[in-house]
Write a protein that binds this ligand. Structure first.
Ligand SMILES: *Cc1c(COP(=O)(O)O)cnc(C)c1O
Length: 397
């Protein structure tokens, strides 16, 4: 191993770089999870999470990766053989669909070309067709991390309502919560699924469910086998800040700190920062003459950008070159777009210079890997960021 000076750039779209403040908060003695100090911590993080989910409903915390919270959302609300409608927006939607099938659900998987989000028009037509109201749930990945496409959940909600259909709406926000505006209550979502290691700036290991009242009512009838994931015991224990089994105490210390950071910056500012960095990234991509995978501008993701390399070139070779030359990790192409795209994560604890450094590493990598492109992407991004600062300064004057 050669010595590497300076910090590694972890620019994959999750896990993201954990801020020093959060790392220091985690570096504390473990406490008795049945003791009084823990109860206060539990109540504090459970309440803080409601603000981030923009909900008055309780939020459930699991010591698990996001995949566990996917499972929790399904097994708490559905019964064997239930029909579930899902959209193949990319790799993560595909994994969720596989899980649903394995759990004994009948999934209908609406295809896309992996360059756009869930289509509300298609959804409405399909639900209107379902005269028997057999479809029990609609599952959508809010921000598809494999493609950099953000589905418009308010339109999905409208489509379900327009069809007058009673299906539950389950939404994966693992790579959007805390980065892209998301409103559990206002958008009428029944179960929101989230994870710790992306916008929430924590290490991997925690995941979340936010169930609506309707989802909790459905859980009373749901017959899929569940034990570890059961909301009932969890919600009962959570009332006093405790958990039915040993929680990930130190990650909860980190969560308390991360929630404080989001609160200090203010969620609207957090979202605006992510939008700004995403737009700067797209300016760089266009200046390089490369193509953004997301084909619908209204669905551009603010937490990551997936970029296509020209035919005949290997995106993973570029990633390897960038890692070796610049000590930076970029996201790999997943599933159908393996080798064809690389992904720049610009979410979490991230500022202008992190972005400029990241884009500089990509631009050097493009040259080193011999990928046809024009120089000047970093400049285009810097120009945009500078203009934004000037606009803000003028508005404040
Ligand atoms: C990361 C991610 C997942 C998987 O989460 P794990 O924590 O790896 O289990 C699922 N969905 C989306 C949208 C993701 O970004």
């Amino acid at each position: 191993m050669t010595h590497r000076a300076g910090r590694h750039f972890l620019q994959i779209p999750g896990p993201t770089t954990v801020p020093d403040r959060v790392l220091r908060a985690i570096d504390m003695p473990v406490i008795d999870h049945r003791g009084p100090e823990f109860g206060r911590l539990g109540l504090e993080v459970l309440e803080g999470l409601q603000r981030v989910f923009q909900t008055r409903q309780p939020v459930v915390i699991y010591p698990a990766s996001g995949t566990g919270a996917w499972e929790a959302a399904l097994v708490n609300t559905l019964s064997p053989g239930d029909q579930v409608l899902m959209f193949e927006t990319g790799h993560f939607a595909t994994l969720w669909q596989k899980m649903a099938t394995r759990l004994g659900l009948q999934t209908e998987f609406i295809p896309t070309d992996w360059r756009r989000g869930a289509d509300a028009g298609v959804l409405e037509a399909r639900l209107r067709d379902d005269k028997a109201r057999a479809i029990r749930a609609v599952c959508v990945v809010h921000n598809e991390t494999s493609t950099g496409v953000t589905s418009r959940i308010p339109l999905i909600r409208k489509a379900i309502d327009a069809a007058g259909h009673p299906a539950l709406l389950l939404v994966d926000t693992i790579s959007s919560l805390g980065s892209i505006d998301y409103r559990h209550d206002e958008w009428g979502v029944d179960v929101t699924v989230a994870g710790s290691q992306k916008g929430l700036m924590l290490p991997p290991g925690l995941s979340f469910n936010a169930p609506s009242e309707k989802a909790r009512a459905a859980s009373k009838q749901a017959k899929l086998a569940r034990s570890y994931w059961s909301w009932d015991e969890m919600l009962a224990a959570n009332k006093s800040g405790y958990f039915p089994y040993t929680p990930a105490t130190n990650l909860l210390y980190g969560l308390r700190e991360a929630l404080a950071m989001l609160q200090e910056e203010g969620l609207p500012n957090v979202f605006a920062r992510h939008e700004r960095h995403a737009e700067a990234t797209r300016r760089a991509v266009r200046a390089w003459g490369l193509e953004i995978l997301c084909a619908v501008p209204e669905e551009y993701s603010s937490s990551l950008t997936a970029i296509m390399v020209p035919a005949g070139h290997d995106a993973d070779h570029l990633r390897k070159v960038v890692l070796e030359a610049c000590d930076m990790s970029l996201g790999t192409g997943l599933g159908k777009v393996a080798g064809k795209v690389f992904r720049i994560g610009h979410l979490g604890d991230f500022n202008d210079l992190t972005l400029v450094g990241t884009l500089a590493g990509v631009e050097m990598g493009l040259a080193l890997a011999g990928i046809p492109h024009q120089a000047g992407g970093v400049n285009a991004a810097m120009q945009f960021l500078t203009e934004r600062h000037q606009t803000r300064a003028r508005a404040a004057a």
